[in-house]
Design a binder for this molecule. Structure first.
Ligand SMILES: [Zn+2]
Length: 387
């Protein structure tokens, strides 16, 4: 996740905090110091309330971390590598480098998170009721008990990307053996849940609860984005199941040597071919890519002096793909770039082909037209995981 920094490691798993989490720490501390603590233990100073709010917020952070550690440790025990855990504005994410291979694995590693939250919540409430301790300790325990139970219950809502959505998916997957249909069902429920959150948030705003309503609506929007992208991703991946980059790429029809001038590039290569992006070679090796966007920065008078090598995007700054790679891995690299091609580079840095958006769209049409069934193999979908 961009904007995240590591704070340490637990059992080899990197623990990261996203900058957005700092915002929620401040908001939560202030909110607890001005509402929860003054109402449960009246008569303290503002400084004392801030200190209590900060301690309670940090302990809530530890609770979310324990929830994520539960997911990650069970995943690792099943042989699925976990790179990191990131805490961000809406909770935590466990970053598995490989998705569960069976419905049973997915069910077990998912259900354990909400179960841990519910256990922490129950223990905190029992401790708050049973210990004749300080009022401040009781107030913190009461808060943690309430929020952890809320966290556990919220995450069990059966809509993707929440844990409950993954539980639902694993149950349908296990019962039918159809991962695609299971993902579809869980993401549809996820979108319904998201719309309900947004609707409830709007109603809250009209009812006068402005910040609470905005916050609930914001969570709904986040859930909606995640559910929709998971559904699109899953649909695309089922189209391209088992397709390699080599099957989708085309041989590089045009390329340009790095020592050519921009004028030569424009008049000898771009205009005759109609290409907007061209791979650049230097002594037979792939050196970079140059596109209309790169050239547009320079006035026409400079086109005779500047070389392609000086103005291209060099290979070191590009993500190239290999011919044997799965096409699913290449797709995310093509999203959101002005460049419409991706270089395919073989061993020895030789340019062996280009992957273009047009070629991928063509491939989708051909496969749809021929109704090619996608191989029902394991689960290689990297879908977002919230909390
Ligand atoms: Zn979770």
């Amino acid at each position: 996740m961009p904007g995240s920094f590591a704070i340490g490691r637990i059992g080899g798993i990197r623990i990261e905090i996203n900058a957005s989490w700092i915002i929620i720490l401040v908001l939560l501390t202030v909110s607890l110091a001005t509402s929860w603590f003054p109402s449960t233990i009246p008569g303290l100073s503002f400084g004392a309330y801030i200190a209590l709010g900060f301690i309670a917020s940090l302990l809530l952070f530890v609770s979310v971390l324990l929830h994520e550690l539960a997911h990650s440790l069970v995943a690792r025990a099943k042989g699925l590598p976990v790179s990191s855990i990131t805490l961000f504005i809406f909770g935590g994410v466990s970053n598995l480098t490989q998705e569960p291979r069976t419905a049973g694995e997915e069910f077990q590693l998912t259900i354990v998170g909400p179960v841990v939250s519910l256990i922490i919540g129950a223990l905190a409430l029992i401790a708050a009721a049973g210990l004749p301790g300080l009022r401040a300790v009781d107030a913190i325990l009461g808060y943690l008990g309430f929020t952890n139970i809320l966290l556990g219950v919220f995450n069990l809502i059966p809509g993707f990307p929440l844990d409950g959505g993954r539980v639902l998916r694993s149950i349908i997957w296990g019962a039918t053996g159809n991962l695609r249909a299971a993902t579809r069902a869980a993401t549809v429920v996820g979108q319904i849940v998201a719309y309900l959150f947004i609707l409830f948030g709007i109603l809250q705003v009209f009812a006068g609860n402005f910040f609470g309503g905005i916050w609930i609506g914001f969570i709904g929007w986040f859930l909606l984005q995640a559910a929709q992208s998971a559904n699109t991703q899953s649909a695309l991946q089922s189209v391209f199941g088992g397709v390699t980059v080599a099957q989708a790429m085309q041989p590089p029809s045009v390329s340009v040597e790095a020592n050519r001038t921009l004028a030569q590039l424009v008049y000898d290569v771009l205009l005759p071919s109609g290409a907007r992006t061209v791979p650049v070679t230097q002594l037979g090796r792939f050196a970079g890519i140059i596109s209309l966007a790169d050239i547009r920065h320079y006035p026409r008078e400079q086109w005779d002096q500047l070389t392609v090598g000086q103005t291209m995007t060099p290979a070191a700054q590009l993500r190239a793909v290999q011919p044997g790679q799965n096409l699913n891995d290449a797709l995310p690299l093509m999203v959101g770039h002005e460049r419409d091609i991706l270089p395919v580079v073989g061993p020895d840095d030789q340019l062996v082909g280009v992957l273009s958006r047009d070629a991928i769209v063509h491939l989708i049409e051909v496969r749809r037209g021929l109704n090619i069934p996608h191989p029902t193999r394991g689960n290689d979908q990297q879908l977002p995981r919230a909390s």
